[in-house]
Structures are given as structure tokens and as C-alpha cells.
Design a protein around this ligand. Structure first.
Ligand SMILES: [Zn+2]
Length: 388
């Protein structure tokens, strides 16, 4: 068995050999690498990241730590290049992938997991405003997204979710909590949806990360500029003393099987016609040729990394739901709780540098995901008692 596996790597390597061939990640002085792993117990339905008006957890990141996240893929034109770059830099990321895209490109979806990254949900077809949809339809969008990822990846997806356009709501967070899902917004928006010049994207991203002191970074693995800029961004982060933290799930998500069954045939057909046809291995399932091409890089070279387990106690999301209903009916503007960060577009005068924030996605439904900027202060060293 072993000899067959090795042989298949060398054959594939001739065709697909990427930049990762000679990388030693056991001592990655040349690269940003990984600082530590944060293992998230999603069972309490926590919400992480600064940009949300809902009740959220304190950050689990220390000063000058970043988490890399990529939304809206997988894309055959962008995602493989990003995966190669991440591997070349011995680092890992979380991919909030769209179900429909994953079913269309199951080999790339499998490659994300095979290369040690985290695969998380971002709906089935990326509707812009989940909170404005009928509750059942919004929940189905979420569930179908996870089910499609599961079918495409062959299992192993994280119970992590990111709202499209970062448009969340207390009732949907309550639903995600019931399903044991952790939700992630972002701390630093890179604006890679709008910046097509890789040099400019690098400059803007690094400036924002430096200004905020780190955080959860939002990129999109459907944008060619992102793939082109990523090497310089990772090098720039390393030069400035930033460290990458990898998030991973404690347990895989258990999707609705009736939805998963609906995607299996389509996934099988797309695996069959993919130019990167995976090789079926006994006991291991399908291993993608892309992964095989880079299999010389030991996935577990940094297995001695420190692991922090994050398990926040569940919040009462139903209480928040009642509050938001009350607010709506009385048409009064509720004051945000003291510990909650005020959204950037709500505090025009408090913004440093006098930069006027753009309209929020809610104020302007046509506004895109990243049309506004987060320039708030780093949530400095708040106690995070859930970290074990
Ligand atoms: Zn998105």
C-alpha cells in the first residue's frame, strides 16, 4: 500500500509540482509559519470577531496575532494558488466556502482539508441578506451550505460559519447555537473585493493590520489579486512581527443527511470529470492529485505547536432575540451593552484620523461585503476566561 502511495506522488509530482517541493516546515525561518493552534469548541454557539452588533466573545488572539480567512471559494483560478502560497509559507488558514462552489469544484475542496486547513460554511448560494429572508429559508441556506461542503469534501468540515456580507441576526445566531456552530465575523477587512492591484492590496492590508495590531483577517479566494498579493502580505506580516494562529474545530460538523444525499451524485460527477481527478485510496478515500503533488511537505511537521482550547459558555441567544424584537416594536434605539464594541459606522466622530466610514450593509442593502472599514481600536487584552 505504502509503495503504491509513494509512486502515485512521484507520478503526480511531474505534472503538478508546485513551489512547495523542497520546503522544510520543521524550522521555517524563511516563512511566517504558525505560532499556535486555537481549537474552538463550537458547542456553545459562540460568536467571534469585532464586526458585529450581537453579543460576542472576547478575542482569543494576543497582540500581533492574526488568523487568515478566505471567503467565497473554492475557485479553480485562485484557490490552488493560494493553497500553494500558504504551504510555501508553512502556514494555515480557514476557508469559509460557498456550498455551490464546493460542489462544482470538489477536488479543490478536498485539497483544502488535505493540506491541513479548516473548511467552514458560508451558505449554499451566498444570498446577501440572510436575516431578511424567511427564517426557514435562511436556515436551509445555512444547512445546505454545510451539507454541500460535507458532500464535496467527503467529511471533516468545521462547525464554523460566517454570515454573507457579515449580516447576522440574533435569531439566526440562536439557530446556529442550537446546531452547535461557532460564528466568525472579522477584525480586519482587506478590501480585496475592490482592490485589483496586488501592490495596493498588500499596502492597504499591511497598514490596516498594523493599525489594529492583528485580528481575524478577511480575504476572498475568488479574487486573482488576492492570490497575487498573498506572498508579499505574508512576508510583510512576518517582517512586522505578526504571527499566524490557526483555528481548528474540536469536532466535525454533522450536516443534515437528507441535504448531503442530494449533492452526492453531482459531486461524484464533478470528481469524475475534474482535470485533477483524485485517486481513490483504500481506507483513505479520495486523495486529490493536487495534494499528492505537495505531499513531500510533512503536514504534521509543526505538531508540537501549542494548542489553546477555546470553549465559551453558551449565551442566552433567545434573550437577545426578545430584546431585538422589543426594540423593533417600540422603535427605540437600544444602547449597546457597555462591553460591546460600537460598530465603526455608528461612531463617526470617534474614528481616528477623521476618516468617514461608509454606510453599513444594513443601511445600504446594495453595499458590498467589504464596502466599509473597521478602524476601531484593538480590543486590548480583555480577559478571555474560556481559554483553557
Ligand atoms: Zn462572502
Amino acid at each position: 500500500m505504502r509503495s503504491i502511495f509513494v509512486a502515485s506522488i512521484s507520478v503526480a509530482g511531474v505534472v503538478f509540482a508546485g513551489p512547495a517541493g523542497a520546503i522544510d516546515c520543521s524550522a521555517p525561518e524563511h516563512a511566517i509559519g504558525l505560532e499556535r493552534i486555537v481549537e474552538v469548541d463550537a458547542s456553545g454557539g459562540p460568536l467571534f470577531g469585532a464586526i458585529s452588533k450581537q453579543q460576542k466573545e472576547p478575542t482569543f488572539l494576543r497582540e500581533k496575532e492574526v488568523v487568515l480567512t478566505f471567503d467565497d471559494g473554492p475557485s479553480p483560478w485562485v484557490t490552488p494558488r493560494i493553497l500553494d502560497t500558504l504551504e510555501h509559507h508553512c502556514t494555515r488558514a480557514t476557508f469559509f466556502s460557498v456550498g455551490k462552489m464546493a460542489v462544482a469544484y470538489p477536488v479543490i475542496t478536498r485539497d483544502i482539508i488535505a493540506r491541513g486547513h479548516t473548511l467552514a460554511g458560508h451558505t449554499w448560494a451566498h444570498p446577501r441578506q440572510l436575516p431578511k429572508m424567511p427564517a426557514k429559508r435562511a436556515q436551509d441556506e445555512i444547512e445546505r451550505g454545510f451539507a454541500a461542503l460535507d458532500a464535496a469534501a467527503g467529511g471533516g468540515i468545521a462547525p464554523f460559519f460566517r454570515f454573507t456580507g457579515l449580516n447576522d441576526s440574533a435569531p439566526l445566531l440562536g439557530y446556529l447555537q442550537d446546531r452547535g456552530v461557532a460564528t466568525f465575523t472579522v477584525d480586519v477587512v482587506t478590501d480585496d473585493s475592490f482592490i485589483a492591484d496586488p501592490a495596493e492590496l498588500t499596502r492597504v492590508t499591511l497598514a490596516r493590520v498594523v493599525k489594529r495590531g492583528g485580528g481575524i483577517l478577511l480575504f476572498h479566494d475568488i479574487k486573482p489579486a488576492t492570490a497575487k498579493a498573498l506572498p508579499a502580505i505574508l512576508e510583510g506580516l512576518k517582517e512586522r512581527g505578526f504571527k499566524v494562529v490557526h483555528m481548528r474545530q474540536r469536532k466535525a460538523y454533522v450536516p443534515r443527511q437528507e441535504f448531503v444525499a442530494g449533492y452526492r451524485d453531482k459531486v461524484a460527477a464533478n470528481l469524475e470529470k475534474s482535470p485533477y481527478k483524485p485517486r481513490l485510496m483504500p481506507f483513505y478515500g479520495a486523495i486529490s492529485v493536487l495534494r499528492q503533488a505537495n505531499a513531500a511537505t510533512p503536514l504534521n511537521a509543526q505538531s508540537d505547536l501549542p494548542v489553546a482550547v477555546v470553549s465559551p459558555a453558551p449565551r442566552d441567544r433567545r434573550l437577545l432575540k426578545r430584546r431585538s424584537n422589543k426594540k423593533k416594536s417600540s422603535k427605540r434605539r437600544a444602547k449597546p451593552p457597555a462591553e460591546q464594541e460600537v460598530l465603526p459606522w455608528k461612531k463617526k466622530r470617534a474614528l481616528p484620523g477623521g476618516e468617514a466610514p461608509a454606510a453599513s450593509p444594513e443601511q445600504s442593502p446594495a453595499a458590498s461585503t467589504t464596502s466599509w472599514r473597521h478602524i476601531g481600536p484593538h480590543p486590548a487584552e480583555r480577559a478571555a476566561p474560556y481559554i483553557q
